[in-house]
Design a protein around this ligand. Structure first.
Ligand code: UD2
Length: 311
C-alpha cells in the first residue's frame, strides 16, 4: 500500500485514477477546489477511503504543510484549468494554477527534502501546436500557441529539470484527446465526445465545426490510467515526457457513426465553419510509452461501449 496525493482528484482523469488506486488498497489524499471537478465523480468510491481537501493548489502554505505532514509516496499533479479557451480569457489567473502552483509544489518537495518515489505531471499535446508534421513524437517541434500550452510546456520542463537537478524522480505525459466517464460536457470547449454523448442522450442538436474529416487520437480514460500507473511505478520512466494516446487516429464523423451505432440513435448535426485555430489532423506516436509495456486496451469501439455503459 502506498500513499498518494492526487491534485484534481475530483476531476475527469483524477476521479478515474482515484477509483483505481483505492480499489488496489492505496491511501489517497485529494486536493481539488471543485472549480472544474465534482464530488459526484467519486460517487462510486466509499468516502471513508480517501481524504478530501477542497483547496486550490495555489494555496502555497496549505500545500507545503500537507506535503510535509503526509510525506507522500507518490504525487500526481492533475489539477489544472483544463480549458484552452479559459486560458485565453484569463491568461494570468490560469497561469497561476497551470504553472506557478506546480512549481511551488516541486519546490516544497525540494526545500523540505521530501523523498517521494515519483512526482507525475500531466501535460498536453497542445504543446505541439499546429506544426503539421505527423505523427507527433516527443521530440517533435514544440509550438505552443496559447497560454494553456505555454504553461503546460513550462510545468513539464520545470518538473523534469527540478527532478534531474535535485534528485527528485519526476515524469510527465502529453495527453491527446482523452474521453470517458466523468468528463464534463458543459462547455463548448469540453472534449467533443462528452458533448456528442450528451447531445445523443438529450436528443438535442450537435454543432459540428468543419467538415467532420478532422482527425484526432481519441484515447479512453482507462488507457490513460494504465499509462499513468506504468509511469509512476516503472523506475526507467524518470526525468522524461511520454505521449499518451492510442497510436490510431479517427475522423470526427467516423466517431459520430460509431457512437450512433452504439447508442442506436441518430445524432442531429448542424454544420458550422471550422473553429479559428482548429487543427485539422492530429496523430500520436506512442512507441516510447509502448517500450515500457503500455498497450492500449480500448480501441474506439470498445472505449465507446464502456463509456456509454458507465455514464
Ligand atoms: C484538444 C484539447 C485541448 C488542446 C488541443 C491541442 C480536449 C477537450 N481539448 O482540443 O485542450 O490540448 O487539443 O490541440 O481534449 N468540435 C465540434 N463540435 C463541438 C466541439 C468540438 O465539431 O461541439 C470539434 C472541434 O472543432 C475539433 C474536434 O471536434 O475539430 C475536437 O475538439 P475538442 O475540443 O474535443 O479537442 P481539440 O483537439 O480541439
Amino acid at each position: 500500500m502506498n500513499k498518494y496525493l492526487v491534485t484534481g482528484g475530483a476531476g475527469f482523469v483524477g476521479s478515474n485514477l482515484v477509483q483505481e488506486l483505492i480499489k488496489d488498497g492505496n491511501e489517497v489524499v485529494i486536493v481539488d477546489d471543485l472549480s472544474m471537478g465534482d464530488l459526484n465523480n467519486l460517487k462510486n468510491v466509499d468516502s471513508n477511503k480517501y481524504t478530501f481537501y477542497q483547496r486550490s493548489i495555489t494555496d502555497k502554505q496549505f500545500m507545503e504543510e500537507l506535503l510535509v505532514k503526509e510525506n507522500f509516496d507518490y504525487i500526481v499533479l492533475l489539477a489544472a484549468v483544463a480549458s484552452v479557451a479559459d486560458s485565453i480569457e484569463r491568461p494570468y489567473e490560469t497561469h497561476l494554477i497551470n504553472q506557478e502552483a506546480n512549481i511551488d509544489i516541486i519546490e516544497a518537495v525540494r526545500k523540505n527534502k521530501l523523498t517521494p518515489k515519483k512526482v507525475y505531471f500531466a501535460s498536453s499535446a497542445a504543446v505541439y501546436g499546429d506544426e503539421p508534421t505527423l505523427p507527433k513524437k516527443e521530440t517533435s517541434q514544440i509550438k505552443p500557441l496559447t497560454p494553456y500550452a505555454i504553461d503546460k510546456f513550462a510545468s513539464e520542463r520545470y518538473l523534469i529539470t527540478y527532478g534531474k537537478l535535485y534528485n527528485i524522480p519526476t515524469v510527465t505525459t502529453r495527453f491527446f484527446n482523452v474521453y470517458g466517464p466523468n468528463q464534463n460536457p458543459s462547455s463548448p470547449y469540453s472534449g467533443v465526445l462528452s458533448i456528442i454523448q450528451d447531445k445523443l442522450q438529450k436528443n438535442t442538436e450537435f454543432t459540428l465545426f468543419g467538415d467532420g474529416e478532422q482527425t484526432r487520437d481519441f484515447v479512453y480514460v482507462k488507457d490513460v490510467i494504465q499509462a499513468i500507473r506504468i509511469l509512476l511505478e516503472d523506475e526507467r520512466a524518470v526525468y522524461d515526457v511520454y505521449n499518451v494516446a492510442t497510436g490510431t487516429s479517427e475522423s470526427l464523423i467516423n466517431v459520430i457513426h460509431h457512437f450512433e451505432k452504439n447508442m442506436n440513435k441518430e445524432l442531429q448535426i448542424q454544420y458550422y465553419p471550422a473553429r479559428v485555430g482548429d487543427i485539422k489532423y492530429s496523430a500520436a506516436d506512442i512507441s516510447k510509452l509502448k517500450a515500457l509495456g503500455y498497450q492500449p486496451e480500448y480501441d474506439l469501439a470498445r472505449g465507446l461501449k464502456d463509456y456509454i455503459t458507465h455514464s
